[in-house]
Design a protein around this ligand. Sequence first.
Ligand code: HEC
Ligand code: HEC
Ligand code: HEC
Ligand code: HEC
Ligand code: HEC
Ligand code: HEC
Ligand code: HEC
Ligand code: HEC
Length: 503
Amino acid sequence: MRLKISFLLAALWLFVSPSFLFAGNVRVSDDTDECLECHRTVTPGIVADWENSRHSKVTLSVAMKTGTLERRVSCATIPAGLGDTAVGCAECHTANSSSHEDTFEHNGFDVHIAVTPEDCAICHPAEEKQYRGNLMSMAYPNLKGNPLYRKLMDTVNSVATWENGKTEAGMPTTATENLSCLVCHGTKVEVKGMKTRETKLGDMDFPVLTGWPNDGVGRLNPDGSKGSCSACHTRHAFSISEARKPEACAACHKGIDVPAYRVYSVSKHGARYKDMNNKWNFEAVPWEAGKDFTAPTCATCHVSLVTADGETVVKRTHRMNDRNAYRLLGLIYAHPHPGSPDTTVIKNSAGLHLATELTGEPVSAFLIDKKEQGRREAEMKRLCLCCHSTQWTDNHFDGIKNAIKTTNAMTLSATRIILDAWDKGLASGLPDNIFDEGIERMWVEQWLFYANSVRFAAAMSGADYGVFDNGLWYLSKNMRQMSELLKLMESARPHGKQQKNRQ
Ligand code: HEC
Ligand code: HEC
Ligand code: HEC
Ligand code: HEC
Ligand code: HEC
Ligand code: HEC
Ligand code: HEC
Ligand code: HEC
């Protein structure tokens, strides 16, 4: 009798368990079957990756049957014809084909190469919509569409010449930009005609893409959409566990201007992650604090749906500023977070597309208000309280506010020096490029490297990055050197030569 019951239970378990579905062969559509026939030999790595992913193992109609918290798809209804087969090559690469400029005739199918957020939105509309609320999704226009940031970009990317005792900056090329800023911010992917290529299976025609390959967060796609989901979920694994690990963000959030990953990796949270991550469960949805993981990763604090003791602590959000009250990244001061992901709409009283005046006062009309700042901070703090006391958490946030205050003050002091230099005609201020000359570059380093480093170290607990490693030491040293350089320039100037350059 006992044996019978356990047999019955085992049969029932096989029937309802997702691992049963994994073990079994999910049917692929006829179209995908044709892609697979060739691509198993043409691109075996891609096919193997896909076979290991949930897209090959769980159909949309099965995915829709799971509970709200566990669900990994967010469409309200099943789009025609997509319910009962695996999400295969054809389901992604032939979706919305008429809106894609990169669509081409490929062995009887209208295939496009760049599968975009718009295509993923067929089954993941919530993630796509939230993602559009990120500065990240606007990273290309925010950079290239802001005349001031453009100049910063050109300062870095142009090839300088030295002739007749003078240095001049040339015009940067798109090729250089694509290998510089746009690797992370995203390129503009364009179709430049068709080309016949010799392949393993004979000659075939393919579109010629420029700005490709690229996985930048604000990539401009050939269907008019922005961004690349593969920035964090690399194709064709498209996994949640990869995105939950800090390495997914490290690719872009590591430089001395944006040191989140460096800071995290030396924090206690980062140390725990390194020690214990092989015991954590990165697949579980929802993600239970204490049980599935014992210290937060970037995703935990900024993105994840986290539960504790069976209750929801924070909801998942692909709008990754949802728990950020402040814009820590100071261009040029830290300030309340922008209200719109499109930062080119922001204008200060001098007509510059900056969220603060040059002297630090925030341009409040374009920024979130105190109430929204409070909501975002409370959201982040709820998460901390899974593992910390209120005092620990509140004091930590007081520390962030103190770091914002002191670093903004040090940025203001450096800005006063540069305003003086422009006033005295020792550097050419607006409307010229304000980032390119020697003393101006020191000013840029003040806010872009040192002030940011101190703030990120305070926010995510990486002490050394706040002190001797690009931190307070450099913030004060650089200030001193700027003032000494200004005096030197003044004394070296031929007598009586003074012009006003500042507007
Ligand atoms: C008759 C064989 C065949 C079939 C069927 C086929 N492909 Fe291909 N496909 C190829 C070959 C060969 C290449 C070229 C690989 C290379 O560039 O070396 C290719 C390239 C591609 C590319 C990359 C193009 C580029 O330049 O980046 C994509 C995307 C693609 N196929 C998708 C699909 C999809 C989706 C299907 C099914 C709807 C499909 N293929 C069906 C043979 C095939
Ligand atoms: C869930 C959607 C999805 C599925 C399913 C899918 N792809 Fe892709 N594929 C993508 C994305 C996204 C990219 C990369 C575009 C980007 O970087 O944003 C891509 C890129 C490619 C490329 C170009 C990559 C390169 O390195 O040149 C090929 C070829 C390709 N896919 C073939 C396939 C084949 C074959 C299958 C089936 C085994 C398949 N894809 C299944 C979304 C998908
Ligand atoms: C036709 C529907 C469909 C499309 C299009 C689609 N997906 Fe999915 N996606 C699914 C299904 C079904 C699952 C599995 C759900 C489950 O396991 O319960 C899934 C799961 C996922 C997961 C979770 C994987 C995990 O490890 O938990 C990610 C991430 C994901 N998709 C990303 C993408 C991205 C990025 C794109 C576009 C490049 C995309 N999907 C396109 C249907 C789709
Ligand atoms: C390695 C990846 C990476 C590269 C390369 C990169 N950035 Fe960024 N950039 C970032 C990240 C990450 C942020 C946001 C950081 C944050 O919010 O803390 C950012 C933000 C910015 C912003 C703020 C935009 C806004 O709307 O507020 C500007 C301006 C900027 N970067 C300029 C540049 C310039 C100019 C270059 C090239 C010279 C460049 N970046 C290269 C990763 C990169
Ligand atoms: C491919 C590069 C890239 C990757 C990978 C990346 N980011 Fe970003 N991130 C950026 C850039 C660029 C910006 C700045 C965009 C701007 O200011 O216009 C940014 C901005 C942000 C911001 C500022 C707020 C906002 O609205 O965008 C947060 C928070 C953030 N990223 C978190 C993350 C987390 C968490 C991860 C990993 C799960 C991650 N990012 C992965 C490039 C990247
Ligand atoms: C313990 C929680 C926690 C972890 C882990 C964490 N962060 Fe943060 N992060 C914060 C807090 C708190 C702030 C500052 C709050 C604010 O901006 O209002 C912040 C700020 C940021 C910002 C600045 C946003 C802006 O708009 O300027 C970025 C970008 C960021 N984090 C990315 C990351 C990345 C990437 C990782 C992983 C390497 C990470 N964070 C790990 C809590 C965390
Ligand atoms: C900047 C990094 C980043 C980008 C870009 C990104 N995601 Fe995610 N995604 C994450 C993280 C982190 C998680 C894990 C959330 C959690 O733990 O609840 C995740 C989880 C998911 C899941 C799994 C949900 C589940 O319940 O298993 C899906 C589906 C998904 N993303 C789809 C997308 C789609 C579609 C896009 C493009 C519009 C996208 N993601 C872009 C970081 C990213
Ligand atoms: C899943 C549990 C967990 C969550 C959630 C969590 N922490 Fe922690 N945190 C830890 C553990 C464990 C330590 C190590 C404690 C020790 O030093 O012994 C730690 C350490 C710290 C430290 C000391 C850092 C250092 O490097 O010395 C700070 C500050 C901190 N956490 C702040 C926060 C804040 C702020 C949040 C929310 C945004 C948060 N933590 C969320 C588990 C967590």
